[in-house]
Write a protein that binds this ligand. Structure first.
Ligand SMILES: *Cc1c(COP(=O)(O)O)cnc(C)c1O
Length: 386
């Protein structure tokens, strides 16, 4: 992967770069399962590793490769790999880098299905995980000796607390521990963890990168040696690669990512400030309210949470909303509400919301691209009616 032109901003990179065969500005969608060879020798060369002609779309697809290149340039990574979901990216990374008996250190308040991957699937193979408060750098440092992986997510799910990513990357490196970070909340537009020494970044591209709530996808970006190891030893056999159609949807989403994030940020900060002043709101969790001295964030997203006092009946509040719709996920055009109580009562175990003690009176909001004043009126009316 060629280095990104240092003169070029992310905004320009995302819209200017595309020029495909015949001068097309949108990428060709290679809707094919396999690629044929012109000769016996060409096939032998490819299987020996002497050429990089695509073979089979479970492993290689040119539309998906365009997405890989773009994500590398944005994050400042050597190589990228796209998957059929964010959790597929996470499970491929974790399962590809550990062996039976290994130990993982992970931040508390990680994404709930990341928690189940570690506590259910990894545990089955004798892999143990210690969950540590991400704001306590010294506690993470103390947990590192003997670990194989340090898994970060900054800001975290539900409470949106940041970690000292740069310090933790250095501490992990000194302890020979590989670092992974979930960067879905910030996207590479607002946070670039590879620049401060993190080894591997993971994205749920279902969120902002898609941006239109029509795709489930994931991406890994990081060191070439790590991606090469995953490609050789893991990803073809777990088989969760992204389709060409969905890669094209993600490339479309990427073009407007900086613009959309700007709008999510402005609208969310306005609503965060008004919620902070509301009599029934006891706490608002958004990284802009208490910026960490070590924060790498260059901007703020539209996903945050708040807590309400006993005067608010949370089910009544949720049902009174009309613009904010009840739903999981986030990062698309539409505003969403997700009460923590629902996650606390989710079937199955273990539960991250229960085990990490997510407050029951907490509600998560995703501020979408609607008119922010209309969103506020919706929230204010629902709070007053609850
Ligand atoms: C949604 C999400 C994931 C999982 O991604 P999927 O695309 O749903 O598999 C992982 N991490 C975070 C922070 C998320 O919000």
């Amino acid at each position: 992967m060629a280095d990104k032109d240092p003169q070029r901003s992310d905004d320009t990179l995302l819209v200017h770069d595309e020029r495909h065969s015949e001068g097309a500005v949108a990428p060709p969608i290679y809707q094919t399962s396999l690629f044929t060879f012109d000769s016996y020798q060409a096939m032998v060369d490819r299987f020996r590793g002497d050429s990089d002609q695509p073979v089979y779309s479970r492993v290689d697809n040119p539309t998906v490769s365009i997405l890989h290149d773009k994500m590398c340039e944005l994050e400042g990574g050597d190589k990228a790999l796209a998957f059929s979901s964010g959790i597929a990216a996470i499970s491929n990374a974790v399962l590809g880098l550990i062996e039976a008996g290994d130990h993982i250190v992970c931040v508390k308040q990680c994404y709930p299905d990341t928690y189940r991957l570690l506590q259910v699937i990894c545990a089955r193979f004798g892999i143990t995980t210690e969950f540590v408060d991400g704001t306590d750098t010294a506690a993470i440092e103390a947990a590192l000796p003997g670990a194989k992986l340090l898994y970060l997510e900054s800001p975290t799910t539900w409470l949106f607390e940041e970690q000292d990513i740069k310090a933790l990357a250095a501490l992990a490196k000194a302890a020979s521990v590989t670092t992974i970070i979930d960067n879905s909340w910030a996207t590479p537009i607002f946070q670039k963890p590879l620049e401060v020494g993190i080894d591997l970044v993971v994205h749920s591209a279902s969120k902002y990168i898609s941006g239109h709530s029509d795709t489930v996808a994931g991406v890994l970006v990081g060191k070439g040696s790590i991606i090469d190891k995953l490609v050789l030893e893991t990803t073809p056999y777990l088989g969760a690669k992204l389709s060409a159609q969905e890669a094209a949807l993600l490339l479309r989403g990427l073009r407007t990512l900086p613009l959309r994030l700007q709008r999510h940020q402005e609208s969310a900060l306005m609503i965060v400030n008004r919620l902070t002043d509301h009599a029934a709101v006891t706490n608002v969790h958004h990284p802009a309210l208490n910026p960490a001295s070590y924060s790498l964030l260059r901007g703020y997203g539209g996903l945050f949470s708040f807590e309400v006092d006993d005067s608010i009946d949370i089910p009544t509040f949720c049902d009174a909303l009309s613009l904010f719709r009840l739903g999981v996920s986030w990062g698309g055009h539409e505003s969403l509400v997700m009460p923590a109580e629902v996650s606390i009562n989710q079937a199955g175990s273990p539960s991250a919301a229960v085990d990490f003690g997510v407050p029951a009176r907490l509600v998560r909001l995703f501020v979408g691209l609607e008119d922010p004043e209309e969103l506020w009126s919706d929230l204010e009316a629902a709070l007053n009616n609850a």
